[in-house]
Ligand binder design. Structure first.
Ligand SMILES: Cc1ncc(COP(=O)(O)O)c(C=O)c1O
Length: 299
């Protein structure tokens, strides 16, 4: 499909209920589970579906699929800003004691993140002397976890040879992360040139109107994380779904009890504080609450 078509249609099938052709905004947080087992399977990532808007949301999903399609990636994660996208992507790859190697000229916010904030969290960022892949390669060592560059630098307009950078990263068993904000996939698709992760400030040309802030991380699906041993636990470690199992299991067992307890406590609080509730009614209520959890309101 051509980019023009993807930009309008990718990731969205017309809503069968409303027939809306433009993706509706799902302004909600929680989603219904078919039953407790379905809920458990969702939380354990065994079945696809919506769990909770911090993790996924149908409207964001359209955006994620659309940008992934435009960039030629396999999936994407939309976040609140371009800086959030860069931070999330790099914190997933590098932690304390690791380093990231990058070009000398970068967007100002990224420079601040790299020169001050990541180092304060124990991640060193090494700035090469030039944009050339061989100059970045000189700074790579066993603790390097990513090579980072911008397709077209903001504001310098410097153009990086993505193909050469990708070959160097691959030679060193490292992912190449590219900020494609200025070029956009309309002008350049870094994944086609060998990049592994693409980040965007959707705030700029991708948004196009200067009225919304956003960021996105696109996974090229072209880096073999497991081939690097335990170098990238953020990409390879099993999800800690166990805790969700435990909570859901407990919720299953205790669900009725919990609901009754909450309802009882709520009703009790109202009745306790309501001026129309006399002393004996309160005593009766407490007796019932302490006994069966069934609350019968006294007239
Ligand atoms: C190249 C580039 N990357 C990242 C960002 C940060 O994006 P945001 O302002 O959405 O956090 C910008 C913002 O101007 C940018 O130009």
């Amino acid at each position: 499909m051509r980019d023009e078509t993807l930009a309008i249609h990718a990731g969205y099938q017309t809503d069968p209920t409303t027939k809306a052709v433009v993706p509706p905004i799902c302004q909600n947080v929680a989603f219904e589970f078919d039953d407790a087992a379905h809920g458990a399977a969702l939380f354990n990532l065994e079945v696809p579906g919506n769990i909770y808007t911090r993790i996924m949301n149908p409207t964001c999903d359209v955006l994620e699929q659309r940008v992934a399609a435009l960039e030629g990636g396999i999936a994407a994660l939309a976040v609140s800003s371009g800086m959030a996208a860069i931070t999330y992507a790099l914190q997933t790859l590098a932690s304390q004691g690791h380093n990231i190697v990058t070009t000398p000229q970068l967007y100002g916010g990224t420079y601040t993140l790299f020169a001050h904030m990541l180092p304060s969290q124990g991640v060193e960022v090494r700035f090469a002397e030039t944009d050339r892949a061989e100059d970045l390669e000189k700074l790579v060592d066993e603790n390097t976890r990513a090579i980072y560059c911008e397709t077209i630098g903001n504001p310098a307009g410097n153009i990086v040879d993505i193909r050469a950078m990708a070959a160097m990263a691959s030679r060193n068993g490292l992912p190449l992360v590219v900020d494609n904000t200025v070029a956009t996939p309309a002008l350049c698709k870094p994944i086609e040139l060998g990049a592994n992760i693409v980040v965007h400030a959707l705030t700029k040309f991708m948004g196009g109107h200067g009225n919304s802030l956003g960021g996105i991380i696109v996974d090229g699906g072209n880096f073999d994380w497991t081939a690097q041993g335990d170098k990238f636990p953020g990409m390879t470690a099993q999800s800690k779904g166990g805790i969700c199992d435990v909570l859901l299991d407990r919720a299953n067992r205790d669900c009725t009890k919990t609901i009754i307890e909450c309802t009882s406590t709520f009703t009790e609080t109202i009745l306790r504080t309501h001026p129309a509730t006399n002393f004996w009614q309160r005593v009766g209520l407490m007796t019932q609450l302490n006994g069966s959890h069934n609350v019968a309101l006294a007239d």
